[in-house]
Design a protein around this ligand. Structure first.
Ligand SMILES: [Zn+2]
Length: 236
């Protein structure tokens, strides 16, 4: 589990120069609020927390609704994925204009040549992925038997119901990606994805949420999952 401190107000990661360990404070530059660093650990606590402690999502971008006696729905605000989608569309616009000017300054035929096909495919993929993020709504429904991950979007919508019996773990998985920067050096970045690992595979969700939001949703799902296990021995 990650130990990157985060803002309790908006869920953003706090960088080293924003934290003051001696005074137990972190100052978020995005929303200009101060977080008590030790309060992060209440959300980060890996042990299962009682549900009463988790009924307030950390930010307004996550909403929790009780939909039945033992069922809840968690919704991630569209603003989270929309921001990533817009960033991708801007990037793909730069990508296409670069291809176009490359064509103009060398030989316009190049722009429409066979060699360009892979670049066209990459650019089109970026546009489609961007549009998908902009139109996406993600919801998680949980009751005492199953978790349903729903991603309403244009391309590859998801509606997956996972029975508690099949669940292996509900955790934050860290994935590493290496990229080449403009100086030719490589830089490594880490992404944290809420993930349910189950009998038939694994599924990530709330990928565009802020770190504090991801930790909260994982804590909430684990709390219900463990309550259900205590009540129903068949699940284990
Ligand atoms: Zn903040």
């Amino acid at each position: 589990m990650s130990n990157i401190p985060f803002c309790n107000n908006c869920g953003s990661e706090l960088q080293a120069d924003q934290i003051d360990i001696a005074n137990d404070t972190g100052h978020c530059l995005k929303c200009n609020t101060t977080t008590k660093l030790s309060s992060n650990f209440e959300i980060l606590d890996e042990s299962i927390q009682p549900l009463e402690k988790l009924t307030n999502p950390p930010t307004k971008s996550i909403t929790l609704a009780k939909t039945g006696e033992n069922s809840y729905e968690i919704r991630l605000s569209r603003s989270r994925s929309r921001a990533s989608g817009i960033a991708l569309l801007v990037f793909s616009a730069i990508w296409f204009s670069f291809l176009f000017f490359l064509g103009v300054f060398t030989d316009l035929e190049l722009f429409f040549s066979l060699y360009m096909i892979p670049f066209w495919i990459v650019g089109t993929g970026l546009v489609m992925y961007g549009i998908n993020l902009i139109t996406e709504i993600q919801k998680i429904a949980i009751n005492y038997d199953s978790i349903t991950i729903s991603k309403q979007r244009l391309i590859k919508p998801v509606n997956l119901s996972i029975n508690f019996k099949d669940i292996i773990s509900i955790t934050i998985e860290i994935s590493r990606s290496d990229s080449v920067d403009s100086n030719g050096g490589t830089s490594t970045s880490y992404h944290e994805f809420p993930t349910i690992t189950y009998k038939n595979g694994r599924k990530t969700f709330f990928e565009t949420a802020k770190l504090g939001e991801k930790h909260w949703v994982i804590g909430f799902l684990n709390s219900i999952y463990s309550n259900a296990k205590k009540l129903n021995k068949d699940i284990v």
